[in-house]
Write a protein that binds this ligand. Sequence first.
Ligand code: HEC
Ligand code: HEC
Ligand code: HEC
Ligand code: HEC
Length: 506
Amino acid sequence: MLNSLTLLFGIAGCTDSPAGPIETEALPDLPPVVDAAGEVGPIREVREFTLVLSGELRGEIEPCGCPTLPFGGFERRHRLLAELEQSPMPTFQIDAGEAFKKGLVHQDGRDLPRAELIRELLVDGGLDAFVPGPTDYDVLGTSGLAKLPNVVSATWTTTEDEPLFPASVVLEEDGIRLGVIGLSAVHEGLKQRPPVEAAREALASLPDDLDLVLVVSNLDDRQNREIAVNVDGYAVLVTTSGSSHEGPRHEGDVLVIEPPPRGRYLTVASMWLGTDADRMVETDAELGRTLSGLVELREVIALRTSREEPISEQIARLEAQVLRLRESAAGRNITHIDDRGLGSALDGESTASKRLDAFREKQLDAAVDRVASTSESDGPRYGTGASCVSCHTRQVANWGFTAHAKAAQSLRPRGEHQNPECVGCHSTGFGEPGGFADVSEGTMRTWGNVQCEACHGPLAGHPRDGRVEPQVINESTCVGCHDEANSPNFDYATYIRQVTCPSDEP
Ligand code: HEC
Ligand code: HEC
Ligand code: HEC
Ligand code: HEC
């Protein structure tokens, strides 16, 4: 908040060194007063607070290796959260679910340690409420999820119609009271109440002295629209990202917010509520930001006044404008919503570092165990690409020109060539039986890059052992690595043309 104020009014360091001079040259014009065309509600004392919203983290704990905008990760998330916590405004942190399971490919027992890490990191980061989605239930189950604070779901019940979690929760901080209702998407192992009915019932059971009521959902696009249009009595609908990510928008009287997926952003909504809780919350970038920044401006002015320091004419004029602005915003609920990218500017040690380091070590240990496995049921083991050269020279030569042949090299400029989170997709056989687990330079020379067996399957013993056969290649061979985050433009038909090996047939 201090940052935005400094930016807005150019009052550098006003809280750090209150005795310093107030710079007034750079004061910008305030935005025009609110357009009075909209409906104004009863004027109530203004309540200000910050909502921090996220959803569909999908197991991401580090900045993605995405070709563009490598945002994200818990180190940066915790640093941004710590920054937000410094604001005098109460802050509420809510997640819309689908947080714990990485990728689309099921990884049996490998999902749980990651899920437990994420749960601890969310708790450490100060999460206030969580709405579980189907993949969350798959990995953690009821008891695992219950270790999170305020898990709410009005839709999920057992087959005996017992609710799994409370339908709603009231969050309270510094006198601000929020009602949060959770709507979880269908899970085939659970019974799901019809969302519209469940939402209405949960809303009716909330106390009527709340400052804001939010419905938080990981339902699909169609069901979310139904909740927005057909259910009354709440102001903000937070959803996981729909089929196409859209910015904040209004549907009916409801403000719909879709935080972007995969933990690359945190959605920060500065709320400025000047009328009844069930009135529409308007988004007005300029105004919302200004109104929030003004709190601190007034603190500075109050400080000057109390010390009988002169207030410059310019600040006095600004103060008058502030009053006018506040008057015209009276009787309205306004927000400024900002998707804050978790970029490299937030890099550094954080409260997440220790847990992440410990996890990486455990991950490597687990990979070592799997690699050493000698169980028959593991199937064939890896032979590495070097072993194919003698017989399949044409294919090896051709492969050498594909992007796959330099996949390990691409990690170097980012300094991530020994990070297990990246190596998994930029090498072959990592953590697989008969593959490799140690990410040292020497080992990576053997196993680095997306080699023959990443597509054709482990082939040690081929062609001598007739039981070892190359696997059939189709789209599912690729999407474990070419997922939405790391390969946003993946299109099987286009991509397969670039990597199909030449035939030996003349
Ligand atoms: C889930 C698999 C996966 C993980 C994990 C992964 N990557 Fe990638 N990465 C890919 C794929 C697939 C591509 C190719 C994307 C494309 O061009 O469609 C890629 C491309 C890249 C590129 C661009 C290469 C170039 O020259 O164009 C870089 C750099 C990169 N990844 C770095 C990283 C880093 C750093 C990490 C770890 C933080 C990482 N990746 C983790 C799958 C992954
Ligand atoms: C000693 C020679 C030899 C080595 C080494 C060898 N292959 Fe083969 N490979 C063959 C022969 C011969 C065939 C055809 C007969 C068969 O299918 O068993 C074949 C067939 C294949 C096929 C199927 C081709 C088709 O017509 O469908 C693939 C894919 C393949 N090999 C990949 C590999 C890979 C990957 C490696 C390295 C891990 C490898 N091979 C190592 C000799 C070899
Ligand atoms: C083990 C993980 C992995 C698998 C499996 C995999 N890829 Fe890749 N692929 C990568 C990585 C990593 C890159 C980026 C390489 C680089 O440039 O550093 C990549 C790059 C590519 C590129 C080049 C993209 C570009 O922007 O130039 C194509 C095309 C491609 N892959 C197609 C495929 C297809 C088709 C399949 C399935 C048959 C497949 N890949 C399977 C990891 C994988
Ligand atoms: C990105 C995936 C991918 C990688 C990596 C890859 N291949 Fe292939 N390869 C294919 C595809 C696709 C075909 C076409 C046949 C099929 O669909 O199985 C093919 C076909 C082959 C064939 C059969 C050729 C024929 O006569 O029809 C051989 C042999 C082969 N590859 C060997 C290799 C070797 C050796 C390497 C490593 C240097 C390698 N492949 C790496 C995807 C891959």
